[in-house]
Design a protein around this ligand. Structure first.
Ligand code: PLP
Length: 407
């Protein structure tokens, strides 16, 4: 057994998709160090970019100042979208603040454009958008958020497009924005939305004058197969929240991208400004890492290599599931996958048994490190993972399931 499951594993080194613990044991980083790492650990180009930036300056204030790395990064990010769409970038610290900024901007935009009554939000059941109070108010996972619900702001939660469309007109008329994790809900045990849902949601938002806020904190930077998940359905949001993979998973940093016409409502006079100034906003080290990460996407043809990897991951997981009665379902969206275990008759397992957790701990013996969400084993390796390690990762899941839940 790799380590005492009651104690956290102490991780001391990383190289490519491999992590090493304090006892010298090696593991595949099967969840990209909580969904952050993109090109592998100790990537020479990102290390070099951070070192080079250190020779200049690590961090300078972005409040009333600028820095060349942040300007360059903002320009590169806007370049992923047609001109005249997402034209402005607001930097912050992590996924929660990327969403927090979007929500506050969406409210302030309405207040400054004569729509004071349009300040409500709609989000989806089981959604996860972060832990700060604004982001948490949007959350739909009861265990995380219910005890805080009355301290946050009211949010209308719906379970999908049908219930959204059934909302009464007066609620729709009071809505500033709708927030969604596009293509796949991560914390909801890796649950993909039906194909075409996002494009339909965009149309619905346009029809009702509601801002579409996409939380791509997890899906951004190639995870689902395209650079951003929204590109799969040709959707451009009004707000795009990014974090985790922005720096290749090296440093905490986030960005909220917005359309030019939204930005315009905040300019003109100081009273219109968006007051959200964090100490490490647009950290020069973070920007240097992010720029290097974007370069690697091009130099290593990261996205071009994905279809084959996505196919291999899917094929292997289907194969494993087909011969194991306890594997209830495999859900996959690009390089994001969830393997849900249940009783052979399809009934959920007793949650107090914490079987998902047991499987992940057992998987360490087969050199895989990942973390479950309830009884779903999450696989979300760095995009750089070679085919051999994809095989090893899937073999580890199969072996761990067999050990914990013999048929
Ligand atoms: N939004 C989504 C979709 C996430 O998956 C997460 C984290 O898992 C967050 C927001 C919050 O990000 P962070 O933990 O960086 O605050």
């Amino acid at each position: 057994m790799a380590g005492n499951p009651a104690e956290p594993l102490v991780l001391v080194d990383g190289d490519g998709v491999w992590l090493t613990d304090s006892e010298g044991r090696r593991y595949i980083d099967g969840n990209s160090s909580i969904w952050t790492n993109i090109h592998g650990h100790k990537h020479p180009a990102i290390n070099a970019a951070i070192s080079a930036q250190l020779e200049k300056v690590a961090h300078t204030s972005y409040l009333g100042f600028a820095n060349p790395r942040a300007s360059e990064l903002a320009e590169r990010m806007c370049g992923f979208f047609p001109s005249g769409s997402l034209e402005r970038v607001f930097f912050s610290d992590d996924g929660s603040t990327a969403v927090e900024c979007a929500v506050k901007m969406a409210i302030q935009y309405r207040l400054q454009t004569g729509e004071e009554n349009r300040t409500g939000f709609i989000a989806f059941d089981q959604a996860y958008h972060g832990d700060t109070m604004g982001a948490a108010s949007l959350g739909g996972v009861g265990a995380f958020f219910d005890r805080f619900r009355k301290f946050g702001f009211p949010v209308k939660h719906v379970d999908g497009l049908a219930s959204l469309k059934a909302l009464p007109g007066h609620e729709i008329a009071q809505t500033a924005g709708i927030v969604i994790e596009p293509l796949v809900q991560g914390v909801n045990q890796i649950r993909p939305w039906p194909e075409g849902m996002l494009a339909e949601l965009r149309q619905w938002c346009d029809l009702h004058g509601i801002h579409l806020i996409l939380d791509e904190v997890m899906t951004g930077f190639g995870r689902t197969g395209t650079m951003f998940a929204c590109q799969r359905e040709g959707v451009i949001p009004d707000f795009l929240c990014l974090a985790k993979g922005l720096t290749g998973g090296y440093l905490p940093m986030a960005a909220t991208m917005v359309r030019g016409r939204i930005y315009d409502a905040f300019s003109g006079n100081a009273g219109n400004a968006f007051y959200y100034g964090h100490s490490y906003t647009a950290s020069q080290l973070g920007c240097a890492a992010a720029l290097a990460s974007l370069d690697i996407f091009e130099q290593e043809n990261t996205l071009g290599k994905l279809p084959e990897k996505v196919r291999l991951l899917g094929d292997l997981l289907e194969e494993i599931a087909a011969t194991r009665a306890h594997i209830h379902e495999v859900r996959q969206c690009g390089m994001v996958a969830g393997v849900e275990v249940r009783q052979p008759d399809g009934k959920p397992l007793d949650p107090t048994l914490r079987i998902g957790e047991k499987i992940c701990i057992r998987a360490r013996d087969y050199q895989l490190l990942t973390r479950p969400i309830l009884d779903t084993v999450v696989l979300m390796p760095p995009l750089s993972i070679p085919a051999e390690e994809i095989r090893q990762m899937c073999h580890a899941v199969a072996a761990a399931v067999d050990d914990v839940l013999p048929d």
